[in-house]
Design a binder for this molecule. Structure first.
Ligand SMILES: Cc1ncc(COP(=O)(O)O)c(C=O)c1O
Length: 426
């Protein structure tokens, strides 16, 4: 007989207090931050923690240059601008992402054009890109969403054929690889986020990466008011080359990031181990699907996503209905599952109503183009969002013991699926 659901008064599978939060931190992080107070250097492009972090990150990715920034969005904006994208240009990106990917394009007064995803690997489908290219297209921005490396090979080929730059949104994919190379060392420019939840966390922050000397120089100026700001102690010209922002991070953030970087590889590997354990376990549970491993690279599972497949357990309902009922039952078991994104990016109001800078900018820069985002061109993104949600806390310091509980709880819910659906409807 199936074990009694927690929703029905049974014992919850995951005991209270067992799930630990990200990022794990300890005395090493506190000591690193205290060292900033001792140094009396709190910011600046030549601040010691900034320089050390940049060197370490470039070395880790295998690329020539890295620049720490105050967010992933600023790193991505720098990646867009340093790739030579200009106002009114079109940049093709994935319909499935966090909207900051598209916002980084808008921040440069360029126009996001969206392509649907591959249904298995949930990243931009290279086969859908060429149809979106116009004479105004200057770049493609694949997003390595949920830590899944996008299929970069064909994307780079398309870019070369049409003379476009490839800008990587690796905000969720630190240490993911394509064809043995790490993201950040493949695209022309790349943006990483280091906000609280990310694989390399510093609370808030980001990193811009490139192999191109000119893009690096552009990024440096753009990060600091559009000026060439010399190292501390040297004379500053106070002459802006053009528009720049203040995208510098604080040294507290750099020090935290650096301390976290000391355990980055270990944490990344543990995430992959936990994800692989879950994937093996889910293969034994009908009605649920695990993320697929692409032939081209190593995902890093920023989010571990689970698919709901009602037909496998004899349910005559939509994946969304099954998911909604299961999430409720799993919450009672102490298993957190969450919905990440509720619609494709082009179907958010900012695009449907073209609310950018006001007065229709940037779309009005190309008055002859309709830029109709309210179309039906993203069915696979919609279907993916409806059928999936993420399983919380598949990361260290949690370990296999929690994953075993997750498998037990998911099995219990599927064993009781008819009752789960009944309770879900109440
Ligand atoms: C795919 C993606 N791109 C961009 C960003 C923006 O990063 P940040 O929040 O650090 O600005 C995020 C952040 O969650 C993201 O997930």
């Amino acid at each position: 007989m199936a074990e009694k659901l927690a929703l029905d008064g049974g014992t919850r599978t995951v005991p209270e207090g067992m799930v630990q939060t990200w990022p794990p931190h300890d005395q090493r992080d506190r000591d690193a931050i205290n060292k900033v107070f001792d140094s009396n250097v709190f910011h600046g492009n030549s601040a010691p923690h900034a320089l050390e972090m940049q060197e370490k990150w470039a070395e880790y990715c295998g690329c020539k240059y890295a620049l720490v920034t105050n967010s992933g969005t600023s790193a991505l904006h720098m990646a867009v601008a340093a790739a030579g994208v200009l106002p009114g240009d079109e940049v093709i990106t994935s319909a499935f992402s966090f909207w900051a990917s598209a916002a980084a394009i808008l921040h440069h007064c360029a126009i996001p054009v969206f392509a649907d995803i591959d249904p298995v690997y949930y990243t931009i489908d290279p086969a859908k890109i060429e149809a979106k290219i116009t004479p105004r297209t200057t770049a493609i921005m694949p997003v390595h969403i949920h830590g899944m490396p996008a299929e970069l090979g064909p994307i780079l080929e398309i870019a070369e054929k049409h003379n476009l730059k490839v800008i990587g949104d690796a905000c969720q994919a630190h240490g993911a690889t394509y064809d043995g190379k790490r993201v950040g060392n493949i695209e022309f420019t790349t943006g990483f986020s280091t906000n609280r939840s990310k694989l390399l966390s510093s609370g808030e922050g980001g990193i811009f990466a490139t192999n191109d000397e000119g893009a690096h120089a552009y990024g440096l100026r753009m990060r600091e008011f559009g000026e060439v700001v010399p190292p501390a102690g040297e004379t500053r010209e106070y002459n802006a080359f053009g528009l720049g922002w203040n995208y510098r991070p604080h040294e507290f953030v750099n020090a935290f990031m650096l301390a976290q970087f000391g355990r980055f590889e270990e944490n990344r590997n543990k995430r992959i181990e936990l994800a692989n354990f879950m994937t093996e376990g889910l293969a034994q549970i009908p009605g649920l699907g695990a993320p697929a491993t692409p032939p081209w690279g190593q995902p890093v599972y920023f989010s571990y996503v689970v698919e709901f497949r009602p037909e496998e357990v004899g349910l005559d309902c939509t994946p969304l209905e099954m998911k909604t009922a299961c999430v409720k039952a799993l919450a009672a078991e102490g298993i957190g599952m969450g919905q990440w994104q509720t619609r494709s990016i082009p179907h958010q109001d900012v695009f449907l109503q073209k609310q950018g800078f006001g007065r229709g900018v940037p779309w009005s820069l190309n008055p002859d183009e309709a830029y109709d985002y309210a179309n039906e061109e993203y069915p696979l993104t919609d279907a993916f969002i409806a059928a999936h949600c993420y399983l919380a806390a598949v990361h260290p310091p949690n370990d296999i013991d929690l994953m075993e509980k997750y498998i037990a709880g998911l099995t219990k819910v599927i064993d009781n699926i008819d009752r789960v659906m009944e309770l879900g409807a109440q």
